[in-house]
Design a protein. Structure first.
Length: 259
């Protein structure tokens, strides 16, 4: 399905939004790498849903507002964004950093939501399960550690990087550090409030996730009432990219099956 790119100003912050498809609204929140374009998994989801993909404040082509200090700020921002765009019955999905933001949104207010899908989200800490220290990895290490299949990382490294993209990558890394440097990629207060999530919730993990270990999946599942966990074999931290067909089938089936 074709998509369009627009800019919207919410809470004084101008953000870029990619949007395509028809059907119930699906708001997708990206991870630390940002989104460089309309990706295959977005196109396939847009065959069934009205897919809305913003650049977070501080990332990509969006503004970096003075008020952006923590993940909670982004949670409230997206609640305001949904209200401003007139979105209700939203299928909220997020991956990694975006999954963390999505969880923070849901613990604050589930009223605009119809479902929640979290793909390898950050946000909590499990004693004895160390996350990959993405801030200490070089760009090459980071990209190679995202997937199970080494060919995926090598393909990402082989992509040409323009001067503009280098600037965006630096901007994204800075915003990610601001949001997740200390404590490392989690909010000490999130776990105790995950029980407030009252919409159907799907968790997806790769069994070879080097960024957020798969052991975090059962931890999230046990903290979110009625949630379901799917673990993809031979898959890393980006199942929506590495295992696109299976991820889209799983997510679309889950969302489509909700009355």
């Amino acid at each position: 399905m074709p998509h369009r790119e627009t800019f919207e100003t919410v809470d004084g912050c101008k953000i870029k939004i990619m949007r395509g498809g028809q059907g119930e609204p699906l708001l997708y929140l990206h991870g630390a790498l940002g989104v460089s374009g309309w990706m295959p998994f977005m196109e396939r989801l847009s065959r069934h849903f009205d897919v809305i993909v913003p650049d977070h404040p501080g990332f990509g082509a969006s503004d970096t507002p003075d008020w952006l200090d923590n993940i909670g700020d982004l949670a409230y921002f997206y609640l305001d964004t949904m209200k401003q765009l007139g979105l209700t019955g939203v299928h909220l999905a997020g991956a990694s950093l975006g999954g963390w933001i999505a969880a923070e949104i849901a613990v604050r207010d589930c009223h605009p939501l119809k479902s929640l899908t979290l793909t390898a989200p950050a946000g909590i800490h499990v004693k004895g399960l160390s996350k990959g220290d993405i801030f200490m990895w070089s760009r090459e290490q980071f990209l190679r550690n995202l997937a199970h299949d080494p060919k995926v990382g090598e393909a990402m490294l082989a992509l040409p990087v323009s001067e503009q993209q280098q600037f965006i990558d630096m901007k994204n890394r800075l915003a990610t550090a601001k949001l997740g440097w200390q404590p490392r990629l989690y909010n000490p207060h999130l776990a105790k409030w995950l029980h407030r999530i009252s919409v159907p919730t799907l968790l997806i993990w790769g069994d070879d996730d080097k960024v957020i270990p798969p052991g975090y999946g059962p931890a999230f599942r046990d903290l979110i009432p009625g949630s379901r966990l799917e673990v993809f074999a031979e898959c890393g931290h980006i199942p929506h990219t590495e295992c696109t067909e299976k991820w889209v089938e799983t997510v679309a089936g889950f969302m489509g099956g909700i009355a």
